[in-house]
Design a protein around this ligand. Structure first.
Ligand SMILES: NC(=O)CC[C@H](N)C(=O)O
Length: 408
């Protein structure tokens, strides 16, 4: 059988091919020359499979999609407090290049707008070379291949960078930058000029979606906390002044760039990369936005369209000759563990309790701790606790007193 997933992506691509609405960015002269018809879509699952259609090998400058990844690098290198000292996390509801700072703190409102991204970039090193090399090597690690800078796009933007220079001077005035405004804008602009394909974007997004681990491997690239922070800020501010509309209609944490790239990361599921250069008035790719609307609707990818999965964690509970058998299944998180503990709290038996975890896919950290607490309490009630766990999905099941459930 041929997987229908690429066929579906092809159908989405074909259905939008005639849409020529929007304009390519022209404030960066080189981008005005870009072929406006390029169109590619890629999706990477957290377990590492990539499906792509259209112009999936065409390289384009990452532009503002560099912002969440530079933020991830800064959080990793400098720690959360040092980053929070110079950039906030509040949605700005403003255009990407607004000259604005938060009222009280005088920080840029978030790292997804230029002011915040220029501040964030400055944390990647002490000189232009240091910062660019940190961004380039980090982005390459995320993409899983060596990326390079589009020098022509970079020079072209630097020639017309007055607005970003104005932002950098404003930041220096408030002692947010230590290097000169010119040097920081040069490094930031180079970071924005790193070339990627939609496949690179999908893989990079999938790493965030997988909680910081390279899709399909155990290789940790950023901490779980950094991945969560970056996805959260993308959800609230990734689409600039269209962020609220985006969150309600599409509901996938995302980031757009003026070259026409659009990156999405759906926690626990997929990374998505789309490229189509014509932009709407917010600076977001017109066809890119449409692709995300289709994926969100057709594939149930809206973050807030949650399905209840709590009670299904308890497959069955049966009492045979004084022994209580608790069969657990699926992925067990807070709500699933709560349903198991609730059922046990109504049991009035006194005999052995057998927990059968052979149908469990995985326990989240909280699911594991809650179940162990339940086992501990059953033991305190004077009952024997038995665990059936052939796949070792419940590692180190210490009952709090150095003892373990009996195996069976
Ligand atoms: N929205 C964007 O992609 C903007 C990035 C561009 N390099 C700029 O700073 O203006």
């Amino acid at each position: 059988m041929r997987s229908p997933v690429p066929d579906y992506l092809r159908e989405v691509l074909d259905s939008l091919a005639d849409n020529t609405n929007g304009e390519v960015a022209d404030y960066i002269p080189d981008l005005a020359q870009a072929n406006p018809d390029v169109f590619g879509i890629a999706v990477t699952t957290v377990d590492g499979r990539t499906h792509s259609v259209g112009d999936d090998e065409v390289e384009f400058s990452i532009q503002s999609i560099s912002k969440p990844f530079a933020y991830a690098a800064a959080l990793t290198d400098r720690g959360f407090d040092a980053v929070a000292a110079i950039v906030g996390v509040e949605p700005s509801g403003e255009a990407f290049n607004e000259l604005s700072l938060e009222g009280g703190t005088r920080r840029p409102k978030n790292p997804m707008i230029n002011a915040g991204a220029i501040a964030t970039h400055s944390l990647l090193g002490a000189s232009v070379d240091e910062r660019v090399s940190r961004a380039l090597s980090f982005f390459s690690t995320l993409a899983g291949r060596q990326l390079s800078v589009d020098e022509s796009v970079c020079r072209s933007e630097l020639d017309t960078a007055d607005r970003n220079l104005a932002i950098a001077h404003m930041l220096r005035n408030y002692e947010i930058l230590s290097d000169t405004a010119h040097a920081v804008v040069e490094g930031y602009t180079t970071q924005c000029s790193i070339n990627v394909t939609v496949r690179d974007l999908a893989v990079m997004g999938a790493t965030l979606a997988a909680g910081g681990v390279r899709p399909g491997t155990e290789e940790r690239i950023v901490s779980r906390a950094v991945a969560r922070q970056v996805l959260s800020v993308m959800a609230g501010a990734g689409m600039y002044d269209a962020a609220g509309h985006w969150l309600t209609t599409v509901g996938i944490p995302a980031k757009s760039g003026v070259a026409g790239g659009l990156l999405g990361a759906l926690p626990g599921q997929v990374g998505i990369g789309v490229m189509s250069p014509r932009l709407d008035k917010h600076g977001n790719s017109v066809r890119g936005v449409k692709v995300f609307e289709r994926l969100s609707d057709d594939m149930g990818m809206h973050l807030m369209a949650a399905e209840p999965y709590g009670s299904s964690a308890l497959r069955s509970m049966s009492d045979t000759s004084g022994e209580l058998r608790v069969e657990i299944q699926g992925a067990v998180r807070f709500s699933g563990a709560e349903s198991i503990l609730d059922a046990l709290s109504h049991d009035t038996g006194t005999g052995t309790v057998v927990f059968d975890a052979s149908r469990v896919d995985r326990f989240s950290d909280v699911g594991r701790r809650m179940l162990l607490e339940g086992m501990r309490r059953i033991k305190l009630d004077g009952r024997d606790v038995v665990l059936v766990d052939p796949d070792g999905v419940l590692p180190d099941p210490d009952l709090g007193d150095g003892t373990f459930p009996l195996p069976r």
